[in-house]
Design a protein around this ligand. Structure first.
Ligand SMILES: Cc1cc2nc3c(=O)[nH]c(=O)nc-3n(C[C@H](O)[C@H](O)[C@H](O)COP(=O)(O)OP(=O)(O)OC[C@H]3O[C@@H](n4cnc5c(N)ncnc54)[C@H](O)[C@@H]3O)c2cc1C
Length: 172
């Protein structure tokens, strides 16, 4: 387990009063040249305007925008306050819409997960922990055991079923 590597994720979700990307862009991938996000033109990796995909009627008229990033679990984004993150992230939105102003934000939510994306290393196939642990009765099914694909909810269901089958087999 100690050999496994992973990175974390952060998502600042905004409910805006107005549309941000007026050309209808849904998902914009952004350049991250430096691990110190403050040096980048955008301090996050992904700008997603969900309501350019699914209309705002489904969200009480709000425009839903997701500012996401993947960073190391010890990155400052995990210790900064929500206000500090918002103060850092929001000014860059004028680069995609010069009219953007923070008073467009009706509400916001910050989500952070230090374990969000396993990072497979060379010979990953030989490092995958077994679902059955050395502790009797303890099973472990996680993103780190999904291989050779990237983690996803479909694989989570599949691995959960495998773990449940193992438990039933041991009981019988
Ligand atoms: C930013 C991001 C974007 C993603 N996008 C996609 C996508 O577009 N499509 C896709 O298919 N997959 C996506 N994934 C991957 C997908 O979310 C995961 O693969 C999946 O959720 C893993 O399921 P899980 O049940 O193993 O873990 P989780 O969904 O993390 O569930 C683990 C649960 O255990 C709870 N828990 C933890 N510790 C304890 C404890 N001690 N006691 C009680 N409860 C505890 C947690 O609160 C959590 O609810 C994304 C993941 C991230 C982070």
């Amino acid at each position: 387990m100690r050999d496994l590597r992973s990175i974390g994720a952060i998502a600042l979700i905004l409910a805006l009063r107005r549309q941000l990307m007026t050309d209808g862009t849904y998902w914009l991938n952004l350049p991250a040249q430096s691990p110190d996000r403050r040096e980048n033109p955008f301090p996050f990796l992904a700008l997603v305007e969900h309501t350019n995909y699914l209309p705002p009627e489904h969200f009480g008229g709000d425009r839903i925008v997701y500012l996401g990033d993947y960073v190391a679990p010890d990155h400052e984004y995990f210790t900064m306050s929500e206000d500090e993150i918002a103060d850092l992230f929001l000014p860059s939105l004028t680069k995609v819409n010069p009219n953007f102003s923070p008073d467009w934000v009706r509400k916001r939510w910050l989500f952070r997960a230090p374990y969000a994306q396993p990072v497979p290393l060379v010979n990953q196939s030989q490092r995958i922990p077994s679902i059955q642990t050395p502790i009797d009765g303890l099973y472990w099914a996680s993103m780190s055991q999904v291989y050779p694909w990237d983690r996803g909810t479909n694989y989570a269901v599949e691995i959960g079923r495998r773990a449940a089958a193992m438990m039933l087999e041991t009981r019988s």
